[in-house]
Design a protein around this ligand. Sequence first.
Ligand code: HEC
Ligand code: HEC
Length: 309
Amino acid sequence: MTARLIALLLAPLVLAACSGRTPLDAHAADAPRAAAPAAKAPATTSFTPPAESTIPAGPYGDMVRLGREIFLHTRKAAPAYVGNGLNCVNCHLDAGRLADSAPLWGAYGMYPQYRKKNHHVNSYGERLQGCFMYSMNGKAPPLDDPVIVALETYSYWMAQGAPLGTKLEGAGYPSVPRPAKAPDYARGQSVFGRDCALCHGAQGQGQKVAGTYVFPPLWGPDSFNWGAGMHELDKAAAFIKANMPLSRGGMLSDQDAWDVAMFMDAHERPQDPRYHGDLAATRKAYHDTPMSLYGTRVNGRLLGARPAQ
Ligand code: HEC
Ligand code: HEC
């Protein structure tokens, strides 16, 4: 066996090990692929989603198109389940296709998955429900609701041909190394003024044209709530560094990305829906991490105490 072939055979095992599975499990799962390496493309984790023009005609294609429509215009297409001014595409750019923007093709094949957020194995549909409750500050559609089925179908279509259970290149938001200096509100404020306010507004309130946001709000009553992933500093820094300012992702230094994430996440937004009257208890139960400012005091303001509504 050549060294190259051995490397090809071992690659999936190493990748699986990184994703937390034991090499033994991974070996069983990957056995058919390893047995016929010549017939397959070399083991790789890069992936290109299919072109939108290839969405087929007929009922299946109609469901894919409905999912895409809901993803782009969530407020309009699924109003019963949305409680803010955002659409899915605001945080998953290019209709959920863009690498490093938590693309749907990078997510679909990674579920079912255990999530610390709710301490059990989540189906993909349940993961989508979470986006509605927190990022969209709304309500979870039932799992068999056409809204969930359409979003699942759109994701399934986009992930066609991608390997299951393998973290693909460009999946998720790439984490940004901790900067030398602890994230700082005042420095973040100046990054915001320099690189963000132009589009998102001086008060982070976004900008509307004819009643619809063209630049989404970063905090306040129409933004994501205190339970959303984006309120955690590491996730916000990761999204921002890779994707903002819009179309100029990668421009900010790591320090700037963390500082501006801290500034953004130190503002009031809608309450965490799991809150039942006790801020400290809610922090302890759901936000007991230095990545969350919820229930902490920043610049004299106790965050989460006067949620935006
Ligand atoms: C405010 C920004 C924001 C909005 C709006 C948003 N998301 Fe997300 N989404 C995130 C963040 C941040 C994560 C990663 C969270 C984490 O790592 O726990 C995420 C994760 C996901 C994932 C899992 C990704 C993966 O790789 O495992 C899916 C699927 C998803 N979102 C779909 C949606 C859908 C569908 C909507 C609309 C109903 C939506 N999101 C709205 C920010 C957002
Ligand atoms: C050129 C305009 C522009 C600039 C500058 C810009 N953004 Fe954005 N931003 C957008 C648009 C547009 C979206 C929604 C993208 C979409 O729907 O395709 C967005 C989305 C976002 C989101 C996710 C949605 C939400 O409202 O929470 C965050 C967070 C964000 N931007 C933060 C920032 C930060 C921080 C900066 C400065 C470093 C910045 N943006 C600079 C245009 C801009």
